[in-house]
Design a protein around this ligand. Structure first.
Ligand SMILES: C[S@@+](CC[C@H](N)C(=O)[O-])C[C@H]1O[C@@H](n2cnc3c(N)ncnc32)[C@H](O)[C@@H]1O
Length: 364
């Protein structure tokens, strides 16, 4: 990693995978074939308890039901069962990316696999794309982006915290087995880094996972190619609202679209086939918009932006939270007076027409 540097591709290792895969160790061969020393594998026991280990010559995995020599795993097929010294079974599998990111060391909170999948699809990340992302955090999203753009694309990751950038790089390198040739990590603020590393109009997609994405609307608009996609991942509705209103105000983007996803896993046992009691519900909201061609005036919106929605000086004052700014239809004072007058007349009429014994208990 450099301040504005690109990771250098590493020499192919002398691994059998490299014999058949010119992209080794990051290519598909690394995820196929017999299990090799240096790889991470998941061991799962009969109760579903999982351990992740890195295979090495001479290594040993200890369990309270007997150990397993790594040599007994190296050379086996992915998906094999191995026995401990006390004959207990463990299923051995290469981890999937979704398993890996959930267990890897974290500096910052990660983008969960359910959202990475949505981001790749809904931001239309494609093979060979030039993608800018910030912040890189722990590198979870970066791995899904790299998987999709492949070695012919370019992922420009920006992170203002050097320590987080280092964690991300270690995580990504451990997953791919080497520095990914399409990846560059820049330590610094997106607003300062992006104009230096990407010429205006050359970035296909921008993905923002940060506290204040609205601070970067202009820089992102400058970097994006016409028709390019900006996608932001935000945790709260207040961030979502602020970002959307600033995209609109910029006039450089199409009307934003926002959504969230919830994933409910299922319990599958005999006749007890039902949703699990726990689910990954709220993680964040996703919002996308597309870059208009320079000079294009967006079609007139029929709906006005919410007045007072996050001007710099609202400062979160109670006065800013009017029914109008929350999208409610305001009732005029005149209408409120009429409703009150009608209610008073109805009460007077009810009182005048009520029978003398009204309210007396039945039967008396
Ligand atoms: C939630 S984390 C990102 C997690 C990451 N997407 C992942 O999947 O692991 C948010 C990161 O954005 C970084 N950040 C916030 N504002 C930034 C900015 N303007 N430029 C660069 N990085 C920024 C923070 O330091 C933090 O590490």
């Amino acid at each position: 990693m450099t301040e504005h540097g690109q990771a250098a591709p590493t020499d192919p290792p002398s691994d059998p995978a490299s014999a058949t895969d010119p992209l080794a160790p990051i290519g598909p061969a690394a995820r196929r074939g017999p299990l090799r020393a240096g790889e991470r594998v998941q061991l799962t026991d009969a109760k579903g308890r999982m351990h992740t280990i890195q295979l090495r010559e001479g290594g040993h995995f200890h369990t309270h039901r007997g150990g397993i020599n790594h040599e007994d795993i190296i050379g086996q097929s992915d998906g094999s069962v191995v026995l401990t010294a006390e004959d207990h079974e463990y299923l051995v599998l290469r981890p999937l990316l979704s398993d890996y990111v959930m267990g890897m060391p974290r500096g910052a909170a990660i983008v969960y696999p359910k959202d990475s999948g949505q981001i790749v699809q809904m931001a239309d990340i494609f093979s060979g794309a030039v993608v800018a992302e910030a912040g890189v955090g722990s590198g979870s999203l970066a791995m899904s982006l790299l998987n999709t753009i492949g070695t012919t694309g370019r992922l420009i990751s920006m992170e203002r915290r050097r320590d987080f950038a280092e964690i991300a790089q270690a995580n990504v390198r451990a997953w791919f087995g080497a520095d990914h040739p399409a990846w560059e990590v820049h330590v610094g603020d997106l607003a300062e880094v992006l104009p230096d590393v990407a010429a205006p109009g050359t970035v296909d997609r921008v993905v923002l996972d940060m506290l204040a994405p609205w601070e970067n609307v202009d820089v992102v608009a400058e970097a994006l190619a016409p028709g390019g996609v900006v996608l932001a991942y935000v945790a709260t509705t207040t961030q979502l609202s602020r970002f959307v209103e600033d995209l609109r105000t910029s006039g450089a983007f199409t009307e934003p679209q926002a959504w969230e996803s919830m994933v409910r896993t299922w319990h599958l046992e005999g006749l007890a086939v039902r949703p699990d009691h726990r689910m990954v519900a709220h993680t964040g909201f996703l919002v996308t918009a597309r870059r208009l061609a320079t000079g294009t005036v967006p079609p007139q919106r029929t709906r006005r932006p919410a007045p007072g929605a996050h001007s710099e000086d609202d400062g979160g004052t109670v006065a800013a939270w009017t029914p109008e700014s929350l999208g409610e239809r305001a009732m005029s004072d005149r209408k409120v007076r009429r409703v009150a007058r009608d209610l008073r007349s109805r009460a007077a009429y009810d009182a005048a027409t009520a029978p003398d014994d009204a309210g007396a208990p039945a039967g008396l």
